[in-house]
Design a protein around this ligand. Structure first.
Ligand SMILES: Nc1ncnc2c1ncn2[C@@H]1O[C@H](COP(=O)(O)OP(=O)(O)OP(=O)(O)O)[C@@H](O)[C@H]1O
Ligand SMILES: [Mg+2]
Length: 245
């Protein structure tokens, strides 16, 4: 498989505190990499550095062999190519669901309204929300809003999708419906980097898992290696804090 994303020796400090320490990671096209680690270990910062939301101090991020640039013009291009979904969905409250989804493709990608709407409706249908197209965000549940946020990223046709704890703010009964959408994206071969605390989901969705601590990759492996046969004491004790089966 061809390599789509490559991170070389990335380091990041906040006020002289090293948050990411010489991290390297290479992701193949269609691969799903799940990142886990204790709170504050730098997972969100790592994702933010990858799509240019955060400056990096050292190292480089390559997307399809091209360096992800800090240059303003290229940065918006980068964010189209590397989509990101967060814990808080941040939909525009005064726009309906269809408008929320089609805004960026029309404004940023200069797509025709009818064309963007056609795709938006297909995507809404796929996640079971076609009937909500004219609703406003306040009329949707958290899980429904998060599915809309995922569509909003997908409609930009990103080459890589970054998901940062997208179910962390949801009530438990809504987590499943969102994770099912992500599982279906994995099945269709989307390249994704996922930060999650849902260990059963992590195991199901990942091709590879990474345990981040102290700004470094402490351990990585396939789901079976990672969960059934962790090598480091740190990962063992981390996994023990979850009851994931
Ligand atoms: N803008 C910022 N300014 C200063 N320090 C920051 C900033 N953003 C993050 N940090 C610090 O960097 C470290 C890593 O934060 P980050 O949010 O990446 O952790 P995380 O692994 O995503 O944690 P969580 O699991 O709680 O979401 C933390 O110590 C945090 O306090
Ligand atoms: Mg985080």
């Amino acid at each position: 498989m061809e390599e789509i994303l490559k991170i070389n020796n990335l380091s990041k400090k906040f006020n002289d505190i090293v948050v990411l320490d010489n991290l390297s990671l290479s992701v193949k096209k269609g691969e799903v990499v799940v990142i886990v680690g204790p709170s504050g270990c730098g997972k969100s910062t790592f994702l933010r550095c990858i799509n240019g939301l955060e400056d990096i101090d050292e190292g480089e991020v390559l997307l399809d062999g091209e360096k992800v640039s800090r240059n303003k013009k290229n940065l918006s291009k980068t964010r189209e190519r590397i989509g990101m979904v967060f814990q808080s969905y941040d939909l525009f409250p005064h726009k309906n669901i269809l408008q929320n989804i089609t805004l960026a493709p029309i404004k940023v990608k200069k797509r025709k309204k009818a064309d963007a709407e056609e795709e938006a409706l297909k995507l809404l249908d796929r996640v079971g929300l076609l009937s909500k197209k004219d609703s406003y965000p306040r009329q949707l549940s958290g899980g429904q809003k998060q599915r809309v946020a995922i569509i909003r990223a997908l409609i930009m046709h990103p080459e890589v999708l970054l998901l940062d704890e997208i179910t962390a703010a949801l009530d438990p009964e809504m987590v499943r419906e969102v994770l099912d959408v992500v599982l279906s994206l994995a099945k269709e071969g989307r390249t994704m980097l996922i930060v999650t605390h849902e260990m059963a989901f992590a195991r199901a969705v990942a091709d590879r898992l990474i345990f981040l601590e102290g700004g470094k990759i402490v351990e990585e492996g396939s789901p079976a290696e990672f969960f059934d046969n962790p090598k480091t004491e740190r990962l063992k004790s981390f996994l023990q804090t979850f009851s994931y089966e």
